[in-house]
Design a protein around this ligand. Sequence first.
Ligand SMILES: Cc1cc2nc3c(=O)[nH]c(=O)nc-3n(C[C@H](O)[C@H](O)[C@H](O)COP(=O)(O)OP(=O)(O)OC[C@H]3O[C@@H](n4cnc5c(N)ncnc54)[C@H](O)[C@@H]3O)c2cc1C
Length: 360
Amino acid sequence: MESVLVLTQADETGAALTRASLEAVTAGLALAARLSAPLAIGIVAADATVAANSLASTGAKLLAVSGEAFAQPRYSTDAAACEALCRAAAATIVLAPASSRFNRVAAGVAHRLGGLIDTHITAIARQTLGAPGLASETRETDSLTSAVEATRWFYRQRIEAVLSRDVRPWFLLLDAGTHAAFTGQPAAVQVEGIAVQLSSIRTNVSGLRAPSQGTQTIRPDAKLLFVAGAGWTKKQPDGQTHVAEAGDLILGFLRTTSASLGSSKSLVDQGGEGQSVLPFLTHLNQIGQTGATPRHPKGLSTCCHGEEPHVVGWRFIAERRAISLDPNCGWTRGKADVVYVADAFQVIAKLNALLEDQAQ
Ligand SMILES: Cc1cc2nc3c(=O)[nH]c(=O)nc-3n(C[C@H](O)[C@H](O)[C@H](O)COP(=O)(O)OP(=O)(O)OC[C@H]3O[C@@H](n4cnc5c(N)ncnc54)[C@H](O)[C@@H]3O)c2cc1C
């Protein structure tokens, strides 16, 4: 019989679980129910009390590795914590959010336990009969090790693969935004503390340095993805470029909407080519075939042509809108739900004014 473990971690407050951890809890609950398998949730946190209480209504067995050594991400301590949790739960299927913390250690932990790992998982199901997606019947199988299948995308989200493995434990790292975050009534619960033997710790975490909120433009949890294209830095109808104004308009929009900022490749490449650029954009903002494929409910593309390699990155944007001067741009040819053939400078200036009025 399978045994499911969900690995979770505390957020920067040190007490509550990260959103991605809560998404993994949702996936774990669904999988355990489908397999009629026992579910355990492992928590890595300095103090796991609040996190554990928030999971009271899952009915899962709660395990925790806690203590100051586990407050900060660090390979040796995180790997030891995850290994101990997996052993304590005797897990055959281990789900974890694809956070930087778990991404770093999960493969090593799978190796220590003689298991295997798959990453970028977007869905998990019980194995179905025949070709994936064609049959709806659930196969009743004697084999305990072939009843689970996991889905992930390859080749920049163009090919969807369904995987199953015989090796256990099987680690599955879940991409963020693929499951709803678990919510439930908190209550005092019993947590089993798992002791971890730590050998000497050679890495000391002296603190974190992160961009201030104002300059942090990549926001995976944002409802809206705002994408800036190269048009923002091109000559406009008056024959001039207006890069400073473009920067102000984009930052103003991000400030009022808390949208995440994406970019086309052409725009971020301009920096390396010595042209005037928007200073707050880097290649980390790039969306597309050679960029990111973020997940947001809505997307607004501005001054961007809607070329295929760019639009590939919009694979998981649910509702797409675009503003372009060109009525023949890629967006108008079926790649966006709504296209405004208009000057983005004027549209965003008007929009910012309306949003600021609304905020007052
Ligand atoms: C192998 C390969 C991989 C690639 N990978 C990526 C990738 O990952 N991501 C990516 O983005 N690109 C990628 N590209 C490049 C991609 O094909 C496009 O060249 C690029 O995305 C175009 O960027 P753009 O639309 O911002 O600029 P442009 O093509 O220059 O388009 C600018 C647009 O802005 C409009 N515009 C100008 N002024 C205004 C205004 N005032 N108001 C409204 N609209 C205005 C113009 O009408 C035009 O449509 C890749 C290409 C290749 C060959």
